[in-house]
Design a protein around this ligand. Sequence first.
Ligand code: ADP
Ligand code: MG
Length: 292
Amino acid sequence: SIMPATLSAISNGARHGILFKGGVHLENLSNLKAIAFDKTGTLTKGKPEVTDILVLPGLSVEEVMLKAASIESHSNHPLAGAVVKYVKQTLNVEILSPESIEDVPGWGVRAHFPNESWKIGKAGFIDVEKAEVFAEGAALKLAGEGKTIVFIEKNGEIAALIALKDVVRSETKKAINLLKAQGIHTVMLTGDSSKTAKAIAAESHVDQYVAECLPETKVEQVKQLQREFGTIAMVGDGINDAPALAAANVGIAMGEGTDIALETADVVLMKNDLPRIAEAISLSRKMNSIIK
Ligand code: ADP
Ligand code: MG
């Protein structure tokens, strides 16, 4: 049966914007040793904006960006939305329909137009070596500013790169510092490049980061943290995060996250309010000391 102290803690949580899907999660929170956070949409707002475009000499920016937006309009990735929005706002063009399209989660999107094949995504999805030669120092400089780099390939050759900037939430640093003061180890897990991850991790104050994660790598990282620290939580918002939320001892979803993240999680932060996690931990520690 549920102890009165647990019930009171659950309703106290609800009043403070934290939804617990059961008393056991409060107990697990009180034992928490480490927390893993997704980057995009969790530590950051998840609303990236296009900041820089570098097109190969001889190609037109209009053509490349129109094709990019036409492809990205078929993906629901936050980066895709940003590319489409940018093109609609800056170019007076009609979005085209590709002949075929393939969304590859964690990598990018592939598409065909008459006599043309296009790809948009991370360096490893295009051709890492060609991407590095094309971008030279530019990609590294942009990534060092915490921007995400997306490469565009036309008929097997690099055509362009787009840099997008997503801002760290104003309350992220405070949330992380509160957790550290509670003795909790904090980690950021992201599919983004290590250079971009490093910049965002520094801005967020997390103790550690793991870059270039695929959805299955996030699950492996959660299991690794469990071996290293014991009871751990994962905080995320996306479809990609659902397996890691399920693997953690406590899965915490951002309230404005995707349905799958909300369904999989044990705890929901109703207003995306990250500092509430530290509050929930204090609450759970108090509750446990009453029960014991
Ligand atoms: P995160 O963990 O930051 O949410 P994802 O795993 O969703 O990142 O994506 C990892 C990387 O793959 C992105 O940083 C981007 O470079 C590339 N990528 C994935 N989907 C797309 C897309 N639709 N358009 C462009 N790039 C993409
Ligand atoms: Mg995310």
